[in-house]
Design a binder for this molecule. Structure first.
Ligand SMILES: [Zn+2]
Length: 302
């Protein structure tokens, strides 16, 4: 009797051990699946979309850019009022050709590989619209979450196309992450000094915000060269003491103490959008406080 009971207990112990081993294996598999899933979540490939005319019209109707245009902005674009420009702009919507779509898919795939180390930037979906090259002088720009291109973009060298797309994606980031963007700009000792509406000569740009910034208490912005600008390029970046006085002078990178590689400095959003692609794509480095704070910021915010 005891022998049978002992055998029974032994068998039971054996079964429990086997059950525990199987259970442990199952939970290990579960944990592995979970960690793979979370990794995929972080690195989920950003989608690419060529937006519809309806969505394009929606973002034009809601973009701050059109509402902050001043009299000189209208003259430079040869239009009489903001509503007629919005209409012209919406009518300028074009469909991408299949060749252009394939090229953008290939370019964004290449860029995605370079952006894996900057997950916030990487995860932002790619949204594209195409407009007539006569609008905004055919320059690439953004509205809301969408990158707006014209035929001019497709005439660029591949290297410039990639840099341009990253530049524009940073403008989309600036809208999605305003606090992080603010922190970077503050680390450069650049701060908001006024609203753009108070500067009647200011040249607007869809990629900037509603503010004028200052470095060492001097405002810097792009202004039209006269009261009758021929087009949006008939303008200069100036640096001057507020309020709007006559002591303004055209600026160099030296005045703002920004890295040599920065090519656009009419607004801190443009400084950021020209500098970061140089760092991500070409590993640009320079021994300066400006670069040190930017590199530190990139580690935790991009
Ligand atoms: Zn820009």
């Amino acid at each position: 009797m005891y022998i049978i009971l002992s055998l029974f207990i032994l068998l039971l112990a054996l079964l429990i051990t086997i059950w525990l081993i199987i259970k442990q294996k199952k939970s290990t598999v579960k944990t592995t699946i979970k960690s793979i899933e979370s990794e995929q979540k972080i690195l989920q490939k950003p989608s690419i979309e060529f937006i519809s005319k309806e969505y394009f019209e929606y973002i034009v109707d809601n973009a701050q850019y059109f509402n902050r245009m001043n009299q000189l902005d209208l003259i430079a674009r040869d239009i009489s009022n903001i509503n007629s420009y919005k209409k012209l702009y919406k009518d300028g919507y074009k469909d991408f050709t299949d060749v252009e779509k394939d090229l953008l898919i290939s370019l964004t795939n290449t860029l995605n590989e370079s952006l894996k180390q900057t997950p916030k930037l990487y995860s932002i979906p790619w949204k594209f619209a195409k407009i007539d090259f006569n609008l905004e002088k055919g320059f690439p720009h953004t509205h809301s979450d969408t990158i707006v291109l014209s035929n001019n973009f497709f005439a660029l060298e591949e290297k410039s196309m990639i840099e341009t797309l990253l530049h524009e994606k940073i403008h989309v980031y600036q809208r999605l992450y305003p606090l992080q963007t603010y922190n970077l700009i503050s680390s450069w000792n650049i701060s908001v000094i006024d609203r753009i509406e108070n500067y009647k000569q200011a040249r607007n740009n869809p990629d900037i915000n509603n503010f004028i910034y200052a470095y060492k208490d001097k405002a810097f912005l792009q202004i039209y060269n006269s009261d009758h600008p021929k087009d949006i390029s008939d303008s200069t970046v100036v640096y001057y003491n507020p309020p709007d006085n006559n002591e303004k002078h055209a600026i160099t990178k030296h005045d703002l103490n920004i890295p040599e590689v920065v090519t656009q400095f009419e607004h801190p959003y443009e400084i950021m959008a020209t500098l970061i692609p140089k760092i991500i794509l070409y590993n640009y480095q320079e021994p300066s406080n400006f670069m040190n704070s930017t590199m530190e910021w990139i580690k935790t915010n991009l």
